[in-house]
Design a protein around this ligand. Structure first.
Ligand code: FE2
Length: 296
């Protein structure tokens, strides 16, 4: 039976990101619920949505991502939840000497899985332990950045191709003891070879043009010399990361946040020493290509 709820969606103000969804219990949704399309459309329209006051078990969280799209199983299993491989655990809290998940993830500007041939469409996150002082995630809307880009930089990125890699951000695991740095680099290059994507991508649903690069994962612009590349990438990153382009989200328990990785860069705030933090993330593929021209 189809269950419909009085879903309430409050869109972001013009030029802002982040719609707010309320009056919904995600555990009540089924694969044929009309609310799923409303949620997907709200993500495309608002780039990020916050769904407040959710109470779900880990299993119910996974079930929800299965009906919204296709949950990702991250390629490195040291991030996996012990019972649910779809759940990527970001945590500095360990139980009885057993390490679960990975601490200190994403403290740099990036967009998830930019180093893959088919990057991740949506990221969803829910907090499990929020540190007592503050936990924030910061975002930059790369569609707005592209619109505001100075003409000289716009000329460079239009029709350019960029090369991305995740190797510099690899986190060593207990299995890496006794390996040399070169050995780790070689293994990473084999596991996740560098990929190319257009510097400006076209969103498959909205048609928006988006500058697709991040300091975390973008290595270079194809065809430029080392010196030219360093100079231009430096200018681009400095422009992108300007204070006025940054939006903050402060976490509350019960939040489920979902954003579109085509549009947004993100980074997590620094954690004060000694404070505990834990969150669950599930990457979700929608049924669209990542950008116009890339196969699904
Ligand atoms: Fe991330």
């Amino acid at each position: 039976m189809e269950i419909t709820q009085a879903i309430k969606i409050q869109d972001a103000k013009l030029g802002q990101i982040g719609g707010m969804i309320s009056e919904i219990d995600l555990t009540e949704l089924r694969s044929n619920s009309p609310e799923l399309k409303e949620i997907r459309d709200a993500i495309y329209r608002n780039k990020l949505i916050v769904i407040r006051n959710q109470k779900f078990t880990t299993s119910q969280y996974v079930d929800f991502t299965r009906i919204l799209g296709t949950p990702q199983i991250y390629f490195q299993n040291n991030y996996h939840h012990p019972d649910y491989p779809e759940v990527f655990v970001s945590s500095n809290v360990n139980k009885e000497g057993e390490k679960i998940g990975v601490a200190g993830t994403g403290h740099y500007w990036h967009t998830d899985c930019q180093f893959e041939k088919k990057p991740l469409s949506f990221t969803s996150i829910t907090p499990i332990i929020i540190p007592p002082t503050l936990r924030e995630t910061l975002y930059i809307d790369m569609c707005e950045v592209y619109k505001k880009l100075p003409e000289d930089l716009k000329t460079i990125v239009d029709n350019a191709v960029m090369i991305h890699g995740g190797n510099n951000r690899y986190k060593v695991t207990p299995n890496d003891i006794d390996k040399s740095i070169q050995q780790l680099i070689d293994e990473m290059n084999e596991m996740v070879p560098f990929v190319k994507h257009p510097a400006v991508i076209e969103h498959p649903v909205t048609g928006d043009k988006i500058l697709y690069m991040s300091r975390g994962f973008t290595m270079k612009i194809e065809g430029l010399s080392y010196e030219e590349n360093e100079k231009i990438m430096g200018k681009l990153f400095d422009f992108i990361e300007k204070e006025e382009h940054i939006h903050n989200h402060s976490w509350e328990m019960g939040d489920l946040i979902i954003w579109d990785n085509r549009y947004l860069l993100h980074k997590s705030s620094k954690l004060p020493v000694g404070e505990k933090s834990k969150s669950y993330r599930i990457g979700i593929y929608d049924d669209q290509p990542f950008y116009v021209g890339l196969e699904k």
